[in-house]
Design a protein around this ligand. Structure first.
Ligand SMILES: *[C@@H]1O[C@H](CO)[C@@H](O)[C@H](O)[C@H]1NC(C)=O
Ligand SMILES: *[C@@H]1O[C@H](CO)[C@@H](O)[C@H](O)[C@H]1NC(C)=O
Ligand SMILES: *[C@@H]1O[C@H](CO)[C@@H](O)[C@H](O)[C@H]1NC(C)=O
Ligand SMILES: *[C@@H]1O[C@H](CO)[C@@H](O)[C@H](O)[C@H]1NC(C)=O
Ligand SMILES: *[C@@H]1O[C@H](CO)[C@@H](O)[C@H](O)[C@H]1NC(C)=O
Ligand SMILES: *[C@@H]1O[C@H](CO)[C@@H](O)[C@H](O)[C@H]1NC(C)=O
Ligand SMILES: *[C@@H]1O[C@H](CO)[C@@H](O)[C@H](O)[C@H]1NC(C)=O
Ligand SMILES: *[C@@H]1O[C@H](CO)[C@@H](O)[C@H](O)[C@H]1NC(C)=O
Ligand SMILES: *[C@@H]1O[C@H](CO)[C@@H](O)[C@H](O)[C@H]1NC(C)=O
Ligand SMILES: *[C@@H]1O[C@H](CO)[C@@H](O)[C@H](O)[C@H]1NC(C)=O
Length: 462
């Protein structure tokens, strides 16, 4: 009988070849015996039972059903594990307690899987009746230990200042074979890039350079063919900043870096910049030749009476003691005398009405002037009026500001046609004299502060 040959160890290639030849012959002769396995690859867990399921059927009259299981490990030759004829099992004594096998059911149960059980299992079925038919299938079995929950170690354990070091995250699993590591940031897989480098087996992630953008929740996913476990989130501490320093005030009016306050109103500022750890804020007063810290903290409040200069500079300094970086920003405080402040407010309040009135009046007066001009052509009269205008306007401004010499006041004062709601467009004294004449006729002169804002400072210091 040919099957005796299989009791002896054979070289795997030789066996494979024979199995294939049988299958080919069978396929050619008849398809009376059909042998199927659910999967040709099974991942088993160390210490667990593993079922190698096999189903077969045939449609001929048979007398004998012979089932043979063979095993081929990575370092062993093909060995026969057991063989059955009808219900009778003949197993290799070495393996007889290892398996559960109940013919004619061809499925094989490995009671407890070990690493040495990894390899190729071949089942071969011979049926004998009118003739002899055989079929075989091969199942590749791997054996692994499931991974335990990975743990991430951060190096250094403290924080790292931006651009000043590396962060190394190392992922370790206590148990687990053939582990594949994958790093995630905020749940998204990390690939090696300019900012991230990975060790050969990907268990170590290096963040170089360390930048603010690298802040996030990192986790390590450890997988093998029988399990997958994810570590807890790790958020490395990255010190950065200060960035985006701003100074604001709830009161007062802001034009660039110049804040105007009414006399008597408290001068309040709020300084903020993004950083980790929080900045150490300080406020510096720059007066004449002196520079000194007046207060610590992000808030500054000064009584407007204490603002002695025309445009006093206050600087907010934000310092991050971990990055060693400092950012500074200066603001200028201008105190508006009460009279002019009221006037400005009144002008503001009236502005929408004034615009409508102004436009209506402009149309009416234009038409009236057009009529007059058409009748009398009073060129000379208008010319004289225009030449005398700037001087009278200047005198008016003097009386409003309350100073003997209006040049003492801060900034450049400019005469405008009438208050503009946006405060953007201004009519200079050089512009269309026609509209000027109209405005003056109905609404007096209103001035606003523009320009000559002291040079803006924004220093970065290491
Ligand atoms: C197997 O069973 C069949 C009938 O079911 C019988 O004819 C045959 O002799 C048996 N073979 C052996 C080796 O017992
Ligand atoms: C199992 O069989 C495949 C081909 O079918 C072969 O590549 C592999 O090396 C075999 N494994 C062992 C452990 O012999
Ligand atoms: C063979 O036995 C297994 C359990 O050991 C069972 O799940 C399977 O259905 C059986 N196959 C047949 C064809 O009876
Ligand atoms: C950071 O890593 C780079 C390359 O991996 C290395 O050249 C550099 O010395 C490291 N710097 C620190 C502070 O560890
Ligand atoms: C990890 O493996 C050790 C021995 O290798 C075992 O004692 C322990 O129970 C395993 N832990 C887990 C969670 O499987
Ligand atoms: C990567 O590093 C560059 C500077 O080298 C930085 O501009 C960029 O924001 C970093 N990206 C991330 C996602 O950290
Ligand atoms: C990290 O996770 C914590 C808690 O799950 C969350 O509050 C935080 O916003 C996350 N950070 C980022 C950058 O997604
Ligand atoms: C802020 O810095 C100043 C000196 O630069 C120091 O006197 C003060 O204690 C610091 N405050 C904090 C909260 O670190
Ligand atoms: C400020 O310094 C300049 C020269 O550095 C000097 O001429 C001027 O008198 C000083 N002003 C005050 C108020 O000390
Ligand atoms: C930075 O300041 C904090 C308190 O504001 C302090 O706890 C920390 O030790 C300081 N770090 C350095 C490097 O000075």
């Amino acid at each position: 009988m040919g099957q005796d040959a299989y009791m002896e160890p054979l070289s795997s290639t030789f066996y494979d070849l024979r199995c294939k030849i049988y299958v080919l012959l069978l396929a050619g002769v008849c398809s009376a015996l059909k042998l199927t396995v659910p999967s040709h690859m099974i991942h088993g867990i160390e210490g667990q039972p593993l079922q190698l399921s096999v189903a077969y059927h045939f449609n001929i009259m048979v007398s004998d059903i012979q089932i043979t299981w063979m095993f081929e490990g990575p370092s062993t030759q093909t060995i026969s594990l057991l063989m059955s004829v009808n219900q009778t099992v003949v197993s290799d004594l070495e393996y007889q307690h290892k398996f559960t096998f109940t013919p004619p059911n061809a499925s094989l149960l490995i009671k407890s899987l070990h690493f040495s059980d990894e390899g190729n299992y071949t089942v071969k079925i011979n049926i004998a009746g009118n003739g002899r038919i055989s079929a075989c299938e091969k199942i590749h079995v791997t054996v692994d230990v499931p991974v335990t929950k990975p743990v991430v170690h951060t190096e250094p354990s403290g924080g790292v200042a931006e651009y000043k070091g590396n962060i190394t995250l190392k992922c370790t699993v206590r148990n687990g074979t053939r582990v594949i590591y994958q790093w995630m940031k905020n749940g998204n897989p990390i690939e090696a890039s300019t900012n991230y480098s990975l060790s050969a087996n990907h268990d170590t992630l290096s963040i170089v350079p360390v930048v603010k953008e690298a802040i996030g929740n990192y986790s390590c996913l450890a997988t093998n063919s029988v399990s997958a476990m994810q570590s807890d989130m790790i958020m490395p501490t990255i010190y950065y900043g200060p960035y985006g320093l701003t100074v604001n005030s709830e009161k007062g009016q802001k034009i660039g870096k110049v804040f105007t306050f009414d006399k008597g109103e408290a001068v309040q500022f709020y300084c903020s910049a993004d950083s980790n750890p929080p900045n150490n804020y300080s406020w510096i007063r720059k007066a004449e030749n002196s520079t000194h810290v007046i207060t610590y903290g992000r808030y500054l409040e000064v009584a407007s009476e204490k603002v002695t200069q025309k445009a006093e500079e206050y600087r907010c300094s934000a310092y991050n003691n971990m990055t060693g970086k400092r950012d500074e920003m200066g603001v200028f405080v201008v105190i508006i005398p009460i009279g002019s402040a009221k006037m400005t407010q009144k002008g503001k309040y009236l502005s929408p009405l004034a615009i409508i009135t102004g436009i209506s009046l402009f149309v009416i007066v234009s038409m009236f002037l057009l009529l007059l001009w058409k009748r009398f052509q009073p060129h000379k009269v208008i010319k004289r009026k225009l030449q005398s205008r700037p001087e009278t306007d200047y005198r008016k401004a003097q009386s409003i500001s309350g100073h003997e010499n209006a040049l003492d006041d801060f900034g450049i004062y400019e005469f405008v046609a009438f208050p503009d709601p946006t405060g953007i467009s201004r009519v200079s004294s050089q512009s269309d004299s026609g509209s000027h004449v109209q405005c003056q006729d109905f609404h007096g002169t209103v001035y606003e502060i523009i320009g000559q804002i002291p040079e803006q400072h924004h220093d970065h210091q290491q």
